[in-house]
Design a protein around this ligand. Structure first.
Ligand code: GUN
Length: 295
C-alpha cells in the first residue's frame, strides 16, 4: 500500500527574495563605506523571445538589489570574431565586475569558444571550464549558477544530505554534471549520475533519498519511479505550447508533480522552484566577483 505523506513545498520564489534582500543590504553597506557598487553586463545576441524575457528578469533583479548594469545587444548576424573582440573588451573593462552572454547563440557561433573567452573571475554564470573545475577546490571561484541555486535550496531548507543517496538524472555541462560534483564536495552525498544511455532508469531513481532531475522532458519522472519520503528537485524547464494555457504556453518540469508530490518529503514546483534561484545565484556571483576585485 502506498501511504500518502504531507510534503513540504520548496518555495524558490521566497528563498530568491530572501537572498535578494540580503544582497541589497550588502550593497547598501558597500555604498555607505564608499566601496564599488557591483556592475553586471549582459550580452544578448538576436531577438529570441524567451532570451529577452530571461534578460529582462535579470535587469529587473539588478535594479531590485541596487547593482549597476549594462545591456549590450547585437544582431544575430554578428560574427564569432567580432563577438570575441567584444568579450575581450568587457574582460578588460575595470568597471564591469561580472558579465554573461545569454544563451542560446546563433548556430554559426561556438558556445564553447565564447564561454572560454570569458575571464573566469568575471564569469558570473559559472560556465567556464575553470569555474567547473574549481568546484572541487577548497575555495571555489564562481559556481555554476543553476546548481548553486539548487544547493542553496537544500541548505536553506535544512535538508540532510551527508551520506544520503543523491541520484542526478541528466549529465549536462551546465546543470547535471556540476551539480553532481557539488553534491559530493559540499553536501557529502553519495551520488549516482544517470543520463540518456542509462539502462533501467527507474532502478536508480527508486533508490534515491534525493532525486534531482535536469533533462528537459516533461513528465519523465512518474510516481512509480520515486521512493516514499524522497526529496525531489525538478530542474527541468520546457516551454510547452497549448490552447489550454492562458498565455498559449506554459513552463513544465521533468517531474509529474501531481502524482509524485504525495510520495515526497520535500519537492520543488515548476515554475517557482529552482527557476528563480538561478537569478539569485547570478546576483550572488556578481557580488562575490565584485568583492574579490574590490574588497
Ligand atoms: N539561457 C538560459 N538560461 C541561461 C543562463 O542561466 N545563463 C545564460 N547565459 N544563458 C541562459
Amino acid at each position: 500500500m502506498v501511504e500518502a505523506t504531507t510534503y513540504t513545498l520548496i518555495d524558490g520564489r521566497k528563498i530568491s527574495t530572501d537572498i535578494k534582500n540580503e544582497i541589497a543590504q550588502r550593497v547598501a553597506e558597500r555604498k555607505q563605506l564608499g566601496k564599488k557598487i557591483p556592475h553586471l553586463a549582459i550580452i544578448l545576441i538576436g531577438d529570441d523571445g524567451a532570451s529577452q524575457t530571461y534578460v529582462d528578469n535579470k535587469v529587473k533583479a539588478c535594479k531590485t538589489v541596487g547593482f549597476h548594469y549594462t545591456m549590450m545587444r547585437f544582431a544575430d548576424t554578428i560574427s564569432e570574431e567580432r563577438l570575441m573582440k567584444h568579450i575581450d573588451h568587457v574582460n578588460n573593462d575595470d568597471d564591469v565586475d561580472g558579465f554573461i552572454v545569454q544563451l542560446p547563440l546563433p548556430d554559426h557561433i561556438s558556445v564553447e569558444h565564447i564561454t572560454e573567452k570569458i575571464r573566469s573571475d568575471k564569469d558570473v554564470d559559472g560556465f567556464t571550464n575553470h569555474n567547473f573545475g574549481s568546484i572541487i577546490s577548497k575555495n571555489p571561484l564562481l559556481m555554476p549558477a543553476t546548481p548553486f541555486g539548487v544547493m542553496e535550496l537544500l541548505r536553506r531548507y535544512n535538508i540532510e544530505t551527508e551520506g544520503k543517496h543523491a541520484v542526478v538524472v541528466g549529465a549536462s555541462r551546465l546543470a547535471g554534471a556540476p551539480l553532481s560534483m557539488m553534491l559530493v564536495e559540499q553536501a557529502h552525498a553519495t551520488v549516482t549520475i544517470c543520463h540518456k544511455y542509462t539502462v533501467n532508469l527507474p532502478n536508480y531513481t527508486r533508490s534515491a533519498d534525493i532525486l534531482l532531475v535536469a533533462v528537459g522532458k516533461p513528465g519523465l519522472i512518474t510516481a512509480d519511479m520515486v521512493k516514499e519520503g524522497a526529496v525531489v528537485i525538478d530542474i527541468g524547464t520546457t516551454r510547452v505550447e497549448g490552447t489550454e494555457f492562458a498565455k498559449g504556453w506554459a513552463i513544465k518540469g521533468d517531474v509529474d508533480f501531481k502524482n509524485v508530490a504525495p510520495k515526497a518529503s520535500f519537492i520543488t514546483p515548476v515554475p517557482g522552484g529552482v527557476g528563480p534561484m538561478t537569478i539569485a545565484s547570478l546576483l550572488l556571483n556578481t557580488l562575490r566577483a565584485t568583492e574579490l576585485r574590490n574588497p
